[in-house]
Design a protein around this ligand. Structure first.
Ligand SMILES: Nc1nc2c(ncn2[C@@H]2O[C@H](COP(=O)(O)O[C@H]3[C@@H](O)[C@H](n4cnc5c(=O)[nH]c(N)nc54)O[C@@H]3COP(=O)(O)O)[C@@H](O)[C@H]2O)c(=O)[nH]1
Length: 694
């Protein structure tokens, strides 16, 4: 009993003082009360004021307020029931409830007591508001944590090094493809092998934990429940007990597959060509470094092949960029098909590709690969329902023989490629030291060619066209020559391709048109028999779109009647922006200008275009004429072209006649017009006029 006196007899005054001090120092209120409806207090200790805000005399014998009234109205019934039950069972009671203090504030109290007699209770009441608030705060924190755990978008887990997962939240279970956290914990027992794609990843995680107690941005590939592989990033820490023993790892997981794919995409874009998907220059340099190191270590060769498509510019300009792009993609595939996985095909830009062949034992193996490359690239391909063939020229350098760094090797391969172009295209050339001058040669040539018109260095030669039966000159082809002070008389094969590549063909072409028309008019004025003069038109001149206006102007300036001018176009023009070409040629025809289809039979013609297009003459390509006497196929082609032309009401002219036999065979096959060395080579004006006078 709380108020019983010590059993040892002592001075009663001393005992009373000790008891008073003890009660006064207690944090709480000691009481004796009646078991009545007011809990009438017969004794309360000094703690009464601090606990309730009422003085002892206010509360004793309910003089101002009863303890029942101080008890919070909502808790009164509960308090009474609990105490009465304890009394009935003759036990101690222990109860927490709220009181309303004198200042109106509500406090939590903890009361423990017992009944002394049937009507009297004694006990102790203590303010526990702060503890209650702390408990509540703890519960609130717990609730909040639970809510975060349950509702987080991020995965959250607790795991141990050996026993798998202790807890996982629903987000993590979902991320890993499990129906619930429970299922995930039950199924995923062997994290090392069941979860991580790389089974060493978990050991690495545990090692980092042991070392640092935390891991941050720990990125791994993991298997979802259905076997799908995703990327995750973990941030975790180790949780220890007070003795430092590891309890568990606690961490969060973020799914980062999309980010990883995006990063990979960006990396790919930075190192690959967008059109063909091939490695770009940056990646090529990287691979070249590796290949050179490998060759250094194992004593073998690395080959760098610089490849440029022949006449690509022409395809691009004449058939349009879409077709050009398609051709580049096809070429990329073909090149890849010729090489091993360990080799690289890179796009350098435009129509230039670089092949990197690693670990080559000797030149022979490189030569074999290059032969395959030339063969594959030259396979036919189709665009706009037409079949095309394109070839390529390749320059090859070898590491370590031709250079020790990527820059030099590529530069030398480029020079070798130009050599291959110079020698006639559709071939490869190995680099040799003399080739270094080629690039400078081209630049010099271009600079000198630019000066050719203002310096009056261009001249025309003329090659007559005959009626094969009568031997009468019915026309003349104007063919350009460059009278270069540097190199003498240069044939067009040596500078027209460069002029076409660089656009110089536009002013050169206009000069040819002007000169040919002016000279033809002058011959007529001088009393020579009138002849049709043919001028070659480059596809680029047509692609510019102003050829009609140009011809109109030149005819007006020179005074030549349109009927004495013929424009020779190649077959490719018919496949180029068909409607535009059709419209321009129709206008030219309407003006009276004749149109001749040059090199007929070599490539691009579609018979349906041929029917529609405004053409007067088909010129059988010299390759068929050359072989007409020795190759049955060529003879058959010539016959077919003659018959086709005549059926379409076109003139048919054979070019490149060199022998009397060829001429006779052409006549027999119904071809009545011809041109070639047998009759006359292209000659200067004065020589041509002598022929015309005969
Ligand atoms: N856009 C322009 N192209 C032009 C112009 N002038 C010429 N050219 C083109 O250059 C190519 C080479 O021309 P060239 O060296 O003049 O060769 C022509 C003839 O000399 C040659 N030919 C004529 N007869 C024979 C022969 O019996 N045998 C033989 N081996 N060669 C012969 O053929 C060339 C004429 O070809 P074509 O134009 O197809 O009629 C050439 O492609 C020219 O077109 C120009 O002003 N503008």
């Amino acid at each position: 009993m709380l108020l019983s006196m010590p059993s040892t007899p002592a001075d009663p005054a001393l005992q009373a003082r000790m008891l008073g001090t003890l009660l006064a120092n207690l944090e709480g209120m000691v009481y004796r009360c009646r078991l009545d409806e007011h809990w009438t207090m017969e004794f309360v200790s000094e703690g009464c004021l601090a606990l309730t805000g009422y003085r002892e005399e206010d509360i004793l014998f309910n003089s101002r307020i009863s303890y029942d009234q101080i008890t919070h109205p909502d808790d009164r019934r509960h308090v009474r029931t609990t105490i009465l039950e304890a009394v009935a069972r003759n036990c101690r009671f222990d109860i927490e409830y709220r009181i309303v203090r004198a200042d109106g504030s509500i406090r939590w109290v903890w009361e423990r007591g017992t009944n002394i007699t049937r009507d009297v209770l004694e006990g102790f009441i203590q303010d526990i508001t702060e503890r209650k608030q702390a408990d509540e705060a703890l519960r609130e924190a717990e609730r909040r944590y639970r809510s975060i755990f349950e509702n987080a978008i991020e995965g959250i887990y607790q795991s141990t090094p050996n026993d798998g997962y202790l807890a996982v939240n629903p987000a993590l279970a979902r991320m890993y493809g499990y129906a619930s956290p429970q299922e995930m914990i039950a199924v995923l027992r062997d994290i090392d092998h069941q979860l991580y794609v790389d089974p060493h990843r978990r050991a690495e995680f545990v090692r980092l934990m042991e070392q640092d107690n935390v891991v941050t941005n720990f990125e791994s590939r993991i298997y979802r429940r259905n076997g799908e592989i995703i990327w995750i990033s973990e941030n975790a820490r180790a949780v220890h007990d007070s003795s430092g023993k590891l309890l568990f790892f606690e961490g969060t997981v973020e799914a980062i597959t999309e980010r990883k794919l995006h990063e990979a995409e960006i990396r790919f874009q930075a190192t690959h060509d967008a059109l063909t998907g091939l490695p770009n220059r940056t990646l090529l340099y990287d691979r070249m470094q590796q290949a050179m190191l490998h060759s250094q270590r194992y004593g073998n060769l690395t080959a760098i092949a610089f490849l440029d498509l022949d006449q690509f510019k022409f395809i691009n300009d004449s058939l349009g960029h879409q077709v050009g792009d398609e051709l580049l993609k096809i070429t990329a595939q073909r090149l890849k098909s010729c090489l091993r996985e360990s080799d690289t095909v890179a796009r350098q830009g435009g129509d230039e590709f670089v092949l990197l062949l690693t670990s080559q034992p000797n030149e022979e193996s490189i030569t074999q690969t290059m032969q395959r490359v030339l063969h594959e690239v030259a396979q036919p391909w189709t665009a706009n329902d037409l079949e095309f063939r394109i070839t390529c020229s390749v320059g090859i350098t070898l590491y370590p023989n031709d250079g020790r760094d990527a820059e030099t090797l590529l530069k030398h391969a480029d020079s070798a490629m130009y050599k291959a172009k110079e020698l006639g295209r559709n071939m490869f050339q190995y680099y040799s030291a003399e080739m270094n001058s080629t690039v400078t040669d081209r630049l010099e040539l271009l600079n000198r060619l630019r000066q050719a018109i203002p310096n009056d260095e261009l001249v025309l030669h003329y090659q007559p066209k005959l009626n094969l039966a009568s031997g009468e000159i019915i026309g003349v082809e104007a063919l350009i020559r460059w009278n270069s002070p540097h190199s003498g008389l240069v044939s067009p094969g040596a500078f027209i391709p460069l002029a076409e590549e660089t656009g110089l063909i536009i002013p050169i072409g206009e000069w040819v048109l002007q000169t040919a028309c002016r000279r033809n008019r002058a011959w007529q004025d001088a009393g020579y028999p009138p002849v049709v003069i043919s001028v070659n038109l480059s596809p680029r001149q047509l692609a510019r779109g102003d050829i009609v206006q140009q011809v109109e102007r030149v005819l007006a300036e020179t005074g030549l009647d349109a009927q004495w001018l013929e424009l020779e176009i190649t077959e490719s023009v018919m496949a180029t922006d068909v409607e535009k070409s059709f419209a321009m040629l129709t206008e030219l025809r309407a003006m009276g200008v004749r149109i001749s289809l040059d090199d007929f039979g070599t490539g691009y013609s579609s018979l349906s275009y041929l029917k529609r297009f405004p053409v007067d003459t088909l010129k059988i390509d010299q390759s068929f004429v050359r072989d007409i006497a020795i190759d049955g196929n060529s003879a058959a082609i010539v016959r077919a072209i003659v018959s086709l032309g005549h059926n379409l009401n076109l003139n048919v002219l054979a070019e490149g006649i060199e022998t009397a036999e060829q001429s006779a065979l052409l006549r027999q096959n119904g071809c009545n017009e011809g041109q070639g060395y047998l009759i006359s080579r292209p000659v200067p004006e004065q020589d041509f006029l002598k022929l015309l006078n005969r």
